[in-house]
Design a binder for this molecule. Structure first.
Ligand code: CA
Length: 243
């Protein structure tokens, strides 16, 4: 018998042995109102999912101990209602077919975009009459970012951002104080695999920084987040200084 408590945030079991992807999923999900738990092995995931009722299982296929497909099969057999989404780097159609046959409800091919993952989760949860978490506006000093409404304001004055500038800021704001790699930004904002060219990212980043500086000048807002460039890695949104 699995324990569950109500009311509670939507529980997600992330089964992923890769540190970078696991951490990205954990912080991204938490930043969007989910309650993630991270398992790094198939065995610990089986124990965890047997003990606790999770609303969703995000399951990597390439695990160090048990094959992700076997984890899916075992859990599907025991808990027919369990929502399972496979995360796979295997792009062969056959793997996806086998994954769905093993009992997965859906799959995402790595590298996937957090935006797409969240959209799929919301759709699956609604279908199962589980209310997806409400996305609260993010306050960063004088800056307020309302992601569902696609609004950004500084001291209550709207900051006009281009669509990709907004999405870039949204991804960084969901990982405030953390390094976010160029690969992650390319996947999250442009839904693209990263093959070396990041000119688009650089241009968009320059635009975003300019708009934040302009907003600061226009509104007198001084407590705005700064974006630090991490050479050879990516960017980090610094929490604004205390007012
Ligand atoms: Ca893996």
């Amino acid at each position: 018998m699995r324990t569950s408590s109500l009311p509670s945030p939507v529980r997600v079991l992330v089964v992923e042995d890769d540190d970078t992807i696991g951490r990205h999923l954990e912080t991204g999900l938490r930043g969007n109102g989910y309650a993630p738990t991270w398992s790094r092995t198939g065995r610990s995931a089986l124990a965890e999912a047997t003990h606790t009722a999770y609303d969703v299982l995000l399951l990597d296929l390439g695990l160090p101990d048990v094959d992700g497909l076997d984890v899916a099969r075992m859990l599907r057999a025991r808990f027919p209602e369990q929502l399972i989404v496979i995360l796979t780097a295997r792009t062969d159609d056959i793997d996806i077919v086998v994954g769905l046959d093993a009992g997965a409800d859906d799959y995402l091919v790595k590298p996937f975009s957090m935006t797409v993952l969240l959209a799929r989760l919301r759709a699956h949860l609604r279908r199962r009459s589980v209310a997806p978490p409400a996305q609260e506006p993010i306050r960063l000093g004088d800056l307020l970012l309302d992601i569902p409404a696609r609004r950004c304001s500084a001291r209550d004055v709207e900051v006009e951002l281009r669509p990709k500038e907004f999405e870039l800021l949204a991804v960084l704001a969901q990982h405030v104080g953390e390094a976010v790699s160029r690969e992650t930004l390319m996947a999250d904002v442009w839904d693209e695999n990263w093959f070396g060219s990041t000119k688009t990212l650089d241009v968009t980043m320059a635009g975003l920084r300019r708009r934040l500086a302009d907003a600061s000048a226009a509104t007198g807002a001084t407590a705005l987040p700064l974006i630090t460039t991490l050479r050879g890695h990516g960017y980090r949104l610094e929490p604004p200084p205390a007012p």
